[in-house]
Design a protein around this ligand. Structure first.
Ligand code: UD2
Length: 317
């Protein structure tokens, strides 16, 4: 059994990872500053979990926590394109400086491998779909620049310091425990909770923008594979479904599942937004043996069910 460290382990994707690692019998260390993560996300049985309230911007604080760690799953970040447009400095400090600190602490602790949560935003609005890892990146927001810089650092650490790293470019991950209550929250968490509260969801733009929405368990599955696969160090992989849906379509799916007929409010498009996003996942299939485990519609149903049962936890704002 290994010692695994999850940065952002109290966050949405990080806490799903923690659950899976504990299930597999590993010891887990969580590093989280609870800026966007929350204690309620952690599993009830924490006997195999050590929780460190620490900020990845503080290298000195990180270093002792990394001693003896085998695998690092770096998921601490300030997500959100619009948040980075409004406050580029904080996004930069956490997503770039923080990532550099995580890599330095991992290198110094002789960690076996670092799995880095990268983002599909790296591709920007280049016209060709689906997106292949070999395409030149074209970041359109500070957040996209942040996440892409983290990838570059990860691959440079593999080359220069021999620290094994793998970057997973996640495409719009959704699922239980995604916080719906910030204007910066992922669109599906916002849509579902609006419908459950019989409030009209807001669509920025005409709703014809499309995303390769990916259920969180598929990202967790990819992380497990990326920590074990041979000959992948320094590389970048798309992690997605390989299929996209427009916001209008997704809203229709959700209204069908919930039996609602709420009219959305259409508002101005958001700065930094891209129009279409769709992944080619062949490289992950070939190199990681990745295959999506949970289909999009099933993921939507599970997510809706979770919010139905837990809406009280997320007081409306
Ligand atoms: C980007 C990345 C994603 C992940 C995420 C982290 C792309 C294609 N994807 O997601 O992989 O890194 O950032 O934050 O770059 N919207 C509404 N109503 C709402 C909320 C959002 O219409 O209430 C729209 C929003 O304007 C956008 C779409 O929904 O067009 C998706 O927005 P999002 O914030 O869920 O995710 P996105 O694509 O910025």
């Amino acid at each position: 059994m290994a010692i695994c460290l999850v940065t952002g382990g109290a966050g949405f994707i990080g806490s799903a990872l923690v659950r899976e690692l504990v299930l597999r019998g590993h010891s887990v260390r969580i590093v989280d500053n609870f800026l966007t993560g929350c204690r309620d996300n952690l599993p009830p049985d924490v006997s195999n979990i050590e929780l460190f309230e620490a900020d990845i911007r503080d290298l000195k604080r990180l270093q002792p926590i990394f001693h003896g760690v085998d695998y690092v799953f770096h998921h601490a970040a300030i997500p959100s394109v619009p948040r980075s447009v409004e406050d580029p400095e904080t996004s930069n400090a956490v997503n770039i400086d923080g990532t550099l600190n995580v890599l330095l602490a991992s290198r110094d602790a002789k960690v076996k491998r670092v799995i880095y949560a990268a983002s599909s935003s790296a591709y920007g609005d280049t016209p060709t779909l689906p997106k292949l890892e070999s395409m030149p990146p074209n970041p359109l927001s500070p957040y996209a620049v942040n996440k892409l810089t983290g990838e570059f650092y990860a691959s440079v650490f593999a080359k220069v310091y021999g620290l094994e790293t793998v970057s997973l470019r996640y495409f719009n991950i959704f699922g239980p425990r995604q916080d719906p209550n910030s204007p910066y929250s992922g669109v599906l968490s916002r849509f579902i909770t609006s419908l459950l509260r019989s409030q009209p969801p807001t669509i920025y733009g005409n709703g014809e923008q499309s995303r390769d929405f990916t259920y969180v368990d598929n990202a967790v599955h990819a992380c497990m594979l990326a920590s074990e696969a041979p000959n992948v160090s320094g590389k970048v992989f798309n992690i997605a479904m390989g299929a996209s849906h427009t916001l209008n379509q997704v809203l229709d799916f959700l209204q069908n599942i919930l039996g609602t007929k709420v009219k959305p409010i259409y508002a101005d498009p958001r700065a930094g937004d891209i129009r279409d996003s769709l992944a080619d996942i062949e490289l992950a299939r070939k190199s990681l043996a990745y295959e999506p485990q949970i289909a999009f519609e099933e993921g939507l149903r599970r997510t809706v069910q979770w919010y139905k049962e837990n809406l009280g936890r997320h007081a409306a704002n």
